[in-house]
Design a protein around this ligand. Sequence first.
Ligand SMILES: [Zn+2]
Length: 239
Amino acid sequence: MIHIHPLKIVASFCREIYYAVIHFFLPHFCLTCETTDIKENEIICNTCWSKLPIAPSNDKIMDELKNKLAGGCHFSGAFSLWQFCPETQTIIHYLKYRTFGNLAERIGKAMAKKLTENQLPAQDMLIMPIPLHKTRIRERGYNQSSLLCKAIASETEIPFEDSVLKRVRYTASQTKLTAKERQKNVANAFAVSHREKILNKTIILVDDVITTGVTMNGCAGELLKNGAKKVYVLSAVKV
Ligand SMILES: [Zn+2]
C-alpha cells in the first residue's frame, strides 16, 4: 500500500487554487512576449508559438538515445516537437499541473503533424501514453500524456489504447537520478495486459518530455516482449 504524504495533497490543492486565482484576476497575456493579443484559453500567442525551437531530427535523437541507453535501445524511431528552453518548459509545466483551455489539443495537433510528416506506415498502428501509476494520477488528477494521445489520435485517426500498458510499480521522481539509477528505477515498473491487442502492432508511445529515454525504453521493452512489432516514441519536448 502506497501512502501519499498529506502535505503533498495539500500542496497539489494549493497549486490548483494558485493557478485558478492568477487566471481569474490577471488580464490575459502571452507568458513569453506579454502581448494581450491572445485567445482566452491560450498561454502563448501564435507568434511566440511559431518561434519555439524545433527539436533535432529523428536520426539525431536516435543517435543520442542509443548512446545513453548503452546498446539497449528498443525504439525504431524517436520524434519530438521542440527543444527544451524556458518557453517550452513553461508550456509543459502548465500541461502538467492544470488543463489550460485547449493546451493539450494544441500541442497534440502539432505532434500529429510531426508524425504525419515522418510518413510512418498507417496500418496496424496504436498510440498509447506512458502510463502513470494510479497513485500519481490520484495526486495529479489526470495523465497529461493521455490528453496528448487523445488529441493526436483524433487528428491522425490512429487508434488510441491506454488499457494495455500499466505502471505496476510506483517509482520515485526521477529528476535527480543519473541514467544508470533511472534504468534501475524503471526495471519491472511496467506490465502488459491483453497482449493480443498489441500483437504485431506498430506502437507510438507518447510522453510530454523525453530526457534520457529510460522510462520510455522500459515501456518499449515490455511491449516488444509481449508481441508488439515496433515501437516509436513521440514527445512534445526533447531535453
Ligand atoms: Zn507571445
